[in-house]
Design a protein. Structure first.
Length: 82
């Protein structure tokens, strides 16, 4: 399943979408490798799927507005007004 280009204008969100598509592919490869008994390749594909998901999460955090209560991309809470 490919998400059509042009529906999302933000380059950051487009990158998150690409990373999630890569994660889906790698997870399917890992699933198929397990059914074929190729555990080493399944492990490699599962690891690359996880890395792609982490990259997508990082991109989505960068796209979130910092003032709406969501954590910042660096994990630090937003400054509070005194």
């Amino acid at each position: 399943m490919m998400i059509p280009d042009g529906e999302v204008r933000s380059p950051i969100l487009q990158e998150a979408m690409r990373e999630l598509e890569a994660a889906i592919h790698d997870a399917r490869v890992a699933f198929d490798c397990i059914s074929l008994g190729d555990v080493d390749r399944a492990h490699t594909s599962a690891v690359t799927a996880r890395i792609a998901i982490d990259a997508a999460v990082t991109a989505m955090q960068a796209a979130l507005p910092q003032s709406d209560g969501y954590p910042a991309a660096d994990g630090m809470p937003p400054p509070t007004a005194l």
